[in-house]
Design a protein around this ligand. Structure first.
Ligand code: SAM
Ligand code: SF4
Length: 334
């Protein structure tokens, strides 16, 4: 409890305030991105996935504990049935400053405006290549023109900000860094370049061979853009720069090359209700058990969350040579 402001807050043993929740609404997806999933994924049985009510009750508890920002993610959040009901109920929570979503964009032509109307303030759209063949290879099934239509629909819905996400893999799409940045800047959108993390055992490539650092990506960008360092941070392993003479920012998400865990402000909740205290560690608490044994008991839920935060690890250690974390990113909630 922050007694000065009389506002509750979740503070971990390292003095970090947790005010950001990434809430995964499904582990399922219409894509099979090579770096995210195995080709023949087995998804969770439906009864193991939190219901919309359980997701909302969890959001209520976190917001009452001082969480100010919630990102809905997955898997692909827009394939969750009745997602708009969840969006409007969570967006209406008093104390929540921002509700956002990360999506692959395929369903945005239909969903962008309803999401905006339901209270979603920002969206992040993942796009790793502007070449249709390469895009299909990376996502195993994805059609680039559907994602492009989704980006256009998000633009038309006038979200507060649209950010593109691109995971860059050396030898695969690192020749598209400038094209992706130009694409974002031309549309007044932000873009984040993400280092690939070794989450889950994949068969398509050896992650140690596709590693590229944020500073190598930045070197490419410096050849064309004037990048101005920005004080903005969202906590966690990301840093932002502004692109001179544009409305765009470029983010570098560097979980491999640059450890910014000391400013981490977030926790994640998986689709099956596991509260993950760190992306790169297995410290967690089964909130589903509590939600199902004591439905509607927000006080109990809050006390368990507060106790869990005491176990938030100080930092992660990723080694691209090996997969220490067997959970895939779609299970984790990116
Ligand atoms: N399906 C949605 C999407 O792709 O935007 C949301 C979930 S996805 C897991 C969230 C983000 O995690 C995406 O931007 C994706 O590119 C990223 N991601 C997935 N696997 C990753 C990995 N192994 N390393 C780094 N980023 C990863
Ligand atoms: Fe699906 Fe997103 Fe993972 Fe790609 S990155 S497989 S779109 S969850």
């Amino acid at each position: 409890m922050n007694t000065l402001l009389n506002k509750p807050s979740l503070i971990d043993p390292f003095g970090r305030t947790v005010d950001y929740l990434r809430l995964s609404v499904t582990d399922r997806c219409n894509f099979r991105c090579t770096y995210c999933m195995a080709e023949d994924m087995t998804f969770l049985p439906r009864q193991q996935i939190l219901s919309l009510e359980e997701l909302r009750d969890s959001a209520v508890a976190f917001v009452e504990l001082g969480v100010q920002k919630i990102r809905l993610t997955g898997g692909e959040p827009l394939i969750r049935r009745d997602i708009l009901k969840l969006v409007s109920s969570v967006a209406a929570l008093s104390g929540l400053e921002e509700l956002t979503m990360t999506t692959n964009g395929v369903y945005l032509p239909k969903m962008a405006q309803p999401l905006k109307d339901a209270g979603m303030s920002r969206v992040n759209i993942s796009i790793d290549s502007l070449k249709p063949d390469r895009f299909k290879e990376l996502t195993r099934v994805g059609e680039l023109d559907q994602v492009m239509a989704g980006i256009d629909a998000a633009g038309a819905a006038q979200f507060k900000k649209i950010k593109l996400n691109a995971v860059i893999l050396a030898g695969f799409n690192d020749d598209e860094v400038l094209d992706l940045a130009r694409f974002a800047v031309d549309r007044g959108m932000d873009i984040s370049f993400i280092e690939e993390m070794p989450l889950g055992e994949i068969s398509s490539h050896k992650r140690v061979n596709t590693q590229i650092t944020s500073s190598q990506i930045r070197q490419q960008l410096d050849s064309e853009f004037t990048l101005v360092d920005s004080a903005e941070t969202t906590g966690g392993p990301s840093r932002y720069v502004s692109v001179a003479n544009s409305q765009s920012k470029i983010g570098f998400i560097s979980p491999m090359s640059n450890n910014f865990c000391e400013s981490c402000n977030r926790v994640r909740m998986t689709a099956e209700g596991r509260l993950l205290l760190c992306l790169g560690n297995e410290h967690s608490l089964d909130l589903r058990e509590i939600l199902r044994a004591h439905p509607g008991d927000t006080a109990l839920l809050k006390s368990k969350i507060v106790a869990a935060i005491a176990n938030k690890p100080e930092r992660h250690y990723f080694d691209p040579e090996q997969v220490d974390i067997v959970r895939f990113m779609n299970m984790t909630g990116g």
